[in-house]
Design a protein around this ligand. Structure first.
Ligand code: ZN
Length: 90
């Protein structure tokens, strides 16, 4: 099974779909779930600026779709993240 994330260009498959299924399964057992998305309307650069303001350790985070121990630097997620850092003045 292949699902698509919010961005149709970003596939969610393999271990990620298994994790998503677990979350949905567990989440539907509890009826009082409030989904919070405080960053959803922010751009990547805005999120990065907020992270810096809050002291978040952005240097040890990434969201690469390759799933390796280091970001690949070429997948959509890496490209979008790097663009956000550039726009945020890094
Ligand atoms: Zn990547």
């Amino acid at each position: 099974m292949l699902m698509r994330s919010i961005s149709a260009a970003i596939p969610i498959a393999g271990p990620r779909i298994t994790a998503l299924r677990k979350v949905v399964k567990e989440g539907t057992k509890i009826k009082k779930i409030k989904l919070m998305t405080p960053l959803i309307k922010m751009t990547k650069s805005e999120i990065i600026k907020l992270g810096r303001k809050l002291g978040a350790p952005l240097d040890i985070t990434w969201s690469c779709y390759a799933g390796g121990k280091k970001p690949c630097g070429v997948c959509d997620s890496c490209v979008i993240r790097n663009k956000g850092f550039s726009e945020a003045g890094t």
